[in-house]
Design a protein around this ligand. Structure first.
Ligand code: TYM
Length: 330
């Protein structure tokens, strides 16, 4: 049986990178798979956070995911802290994962400098919790952006090692990484990932930006002087041009080569307004739905609570199997 699981942190707004790299796949996969999507608030506290803002941010993220097209009638959407099996399974898996494996995690190295007191233990063990998220549901497929590939490999390694030690209980998952939009870059720097944690709002397009803001951010996006190349080979040394064309291709649901067939030889003066129009057209329905959903927090809480009950009903039996396999008294 195929089952999809994925997660997103409730920090900051949903941005174009999250949407094109992950959430759009989440929506599409609902047609063919049983899907479980999680707002990972346990992960969100591993860096300094504002406790007064977290619950609201979790609701905001639920509204954005629903606005993008996740259908709670068939798909499970919930927040991680509402299903205790995640933390319990993570603890068990921490005795399976090796410190050497965690020492290699690129995201930890990138994020550890961000806290004045030094990194929390939670930030270090973060990928083990992520593995627990996935393994708790025996998920077979995990749609993510390129930056999560290493964490998915770790989840596989943990599942394989657990099974070798305790019997075949866990299912090693496969990442599902889109081709054109796996890595959307900052609008201010084509070598840095578009990210919620970038202090400059001009670096990303948030799904809550209005049309004028989107047009303005794209107009001011960093570019170079030459016209667009005729083929993707011409992007060498031009990360910003590559990124903007990649965004266009992802939004138009076509390939980079097809975009360059139309736009090769033309300048950014013409391309940027076309990209802005396309972005606004694609995001407008999502922004409208988001505003409507956000106005009804009671509905959002009901969706999340219902999702947590359905998720818990899957994760708890798996946790019991894991506990039996490692030998806990029942
Ligand atoms: P997070 O919250 O950073 O991002 C959510 C999803 O968006 C993708 N993404 C991007 N894709 C393309 N270009 C970008 N610039 C970009 N920025 C973000 C991410 O790859 C991700 O798919 N650790 C995870 C959350 C998590 C999780 C899980 C994911 C926790 N448990 C279990 C999958 C399965 C994270 O921080 O994602």
């Amino acid at each position: 049986m195929n089952r999809v699981f994925s997660g997103i942190q409730p920090t900051g707004n949903l941005h174009l990178g999250n949407y094109l790299g992950a959430i759009r796949q989440w929506v599409a996969m609902q047609a063919d798979f049983e899907c479980i999507y999680c707002i990972v608030d346990l992960h969100a506290i591993t860096l300094q956070h504002d406790p007064k803002a977290l619950a609201g941010a979790t609701r905001d993220m639920a509204a954005a995911i629903l606005a993008a097209g996740v259908d709670p009638a068939k798909t499970i959407l919930f927040h991680q802290s509402a299903v205790t099996a995640h933390a319990e399974l993570a603890w068990t898996l921490m005795s399976v994962a090796r410190t050497g494996w965690l020492d290699r995690m690129i995201q930890f190295k990138e994020k550890r400098g961000k806290d004045s007191e030094g990194p929390s233990v939670g930030l270090y063990t973060y990928p083990v919790l992520q593995a627990a998220d996935i393994l708790a549901y025996r998920a077979t497929h995990v749609p993510v952006g390129e930056d999560q590939k290493q964490h998915l490999e770790l989840a596989r390694d943990i599942a394989v090692k657990f099974n070798a030690a305790y019997g075949e209980v866990l299912t090693p998952p496969l990442p599902v990484i889109g081709r054109e939009a796996a890595r959307i870059m900052s609008l201010r720097d084509g070598t840095a990932k578009m990210s919620k944690s970038d202090p400059s709002a001009a670096s990303r397009i948030d799904l809550t930006d209005d049309a004028a803001t989107i047009a303005q951010k794209i107009k001011r996006a960093k570019t170079d002087a030459p016209p667009l190349p005729d083929t993707a080979a011409g992007f060498d040394g031009r990360p910003e041009a590559r990124n903007l064309v990649g965004i266009y291709a992802a939004l138009a649901e076509t390939s980079v080569d097809a975009v360059l067939a139309d736009w090769g030889g033309k300048g950014f003066g013409a391309f940027k307004p076309a990209l802005a129009d396309l972005t606004v057209t694609r995001l407008e329905p999502i922004v409208d739905a988001y505003v409507r959903l956000r106005a009804d927090p009671g509905h959002l809480d009901t969706v999340l609570r219902d999702g947590a009950a359905r998720a818990g009903a899957i994760a708890l039996p798996l946790l019991r199997e894991v506990y039996a396999a490692v030998g806990f008294l029942r």
